[in-house]
Design a protein around this ligand. Structure first.
Ligand code: OGA
Ligand code: NI
Length: 339
């Protein structure tokens, strides 16, 4: 597509001359420094692998994985299908457009509500459910036709991968391997976000995605290999996460931070825009059942480590998330206990 005008699914032309896309000065992306993000080889021997997962979850909250088992060709085709979807004319996406974030299948935008104005992020998202063992193809767009088939295949692979990651993370916390998956529940909330970031002539004035943490338990992200745009907060600084060809990126979400009683970090991240190239990503979110009770795990608590979050029903957390949408992003803080 590069540099052709991009029309959002709601009919608005994405334009640097339209104030609603220009962020207030305090929100604009500033320069960042490079700190390496861990790269974890899932083929490594179990004992050292668990140690590396522990260090990455405690120190970074984000890590690349290689030898993850999801076929490279499938990853390449999946990211291609996301590009293809957003390169269709806006009319092909407009029937799915809604700002109602509770709709399971939708195309929508992200916003920042300022005191007087509302700013739109330089991106669009296709959100849909995914489940490795259900046929959810009827919930996916018909066009481009290969999106349905690829998303089904990709979901199966990511489903196995997430089970494996949750086992490793449970063991890294010193728990039995099925602990986290059992605790999250047998009907996890599985949402995919296929994100699209058109090129932007003035990247210093916009963001593709505002700083946020992922509200679920864990995210597996696949991103275009030719654009560096994702940034993560590390030690108070924004750090770019350059794509690593063939790797997937794992983000620890709020629910694992809460269950680990703050030991494992749910990392703040955001997406900057690129002057020349469009970029796609697909985030596969794995969350608890809506009615699962989530709180610090008893086995991790003692006198020196009292709970720092209260136990809540995940539905409550999502309600708080929707209340805070487009404003501050301090969802988990609302569940913090004051000592
Ligand atoms: C997300 C997200 C990052 C990206 O969908 O929650 O953070 O690189 N995406 O698109
Ligand atoms: Ni995210």
């Amino acid at each position: 597509m590069d540099n052709k005008p991009f029309v959002l699914a709601n009919g608005t032309l994405l334009s640097i001359h339209d104030d609603k896309f220009i962020l207030p000065a305090a929100e604009r992306p500033a320069a960042s420094k490079s700190i390496p993000i861990p790269v974890i080889d899932l083929d490594e021997k179990q004992a050292s692998l668990i140690g590396k997962i522990r260090d990455a979850c405690e120190g970074h909250g984000v890590f690349h994985i290689i030898n993850h088992g999801v076929p490279k060709e499938l990853c390449r085709k999946m990211i291609g299908a996301v590009h293809d979807f957003f390169r269709l004319p806006a009319e092909e996406r407009s029937h799915l457009f809604t700002d109602d974030k509770t709709k399971p299948l939708r195309v929508s935008n992200f916003y920042l509500n300022g005191d007087d104005d509302k700013f739109t992020m330089w991106s669009e998202v296709l959100a849909h459910p995914w489940h490795p063992s259900d046929d959810f193809s009827h919930l996916l767009p018909r066009n481009p036709p290969h999106y349905r088939e690829l998303a089904g295949e990709y979901a199966k692979e990511v489903g196995w991968l997430v089970t494996r990651l949750l086992r490793l993370i449970s063991q890294a916390l010193g728990l039995k391997k099925d602990y986290l998956q059992e605790r999250l529940g047998d009907k996890p909330r599985l949402v995919a976000h296929a994100n699209y970031y058109p090129p932007c002539p003035r990247p210093e004035l916009t963001l593709g995605s505002l700083s946020h943490t992922d509200v679920i338990a864990i995210t597996v992200l696949l991103q275009s290999e030719d654009v560096s745009a994702l940034q993560v907060m590390q030690d108070g600084q924004w750090v770019p996460v350059d794509p690593l060809p063939g790797a997937l990126l794992v983000n620890i979400g709020d629910q694992i931070e809460v269950m680990s009683n703050g030991k494992y970090k749910s990392v703040h991240h955001r997406v900057v825009t690129n002057k020349d190239l469009d970029r796609a990503s697909i985030a596969m979110f794995y969350g608890p059942n809506m009615d699962s009770m989530i709180g610090p795990i008893d086995e991790l608590l003692d006198e020196e480590h009292p709970p720092i979050y209260r136990t809540y029903c995940f539905r409550e957390f999502m309600e708080e998330f929707l209340r805070q949408e487009s404003t501050v992003w301090r969802v988990k803080e609302a569940f913090r206990l004051n000592h």
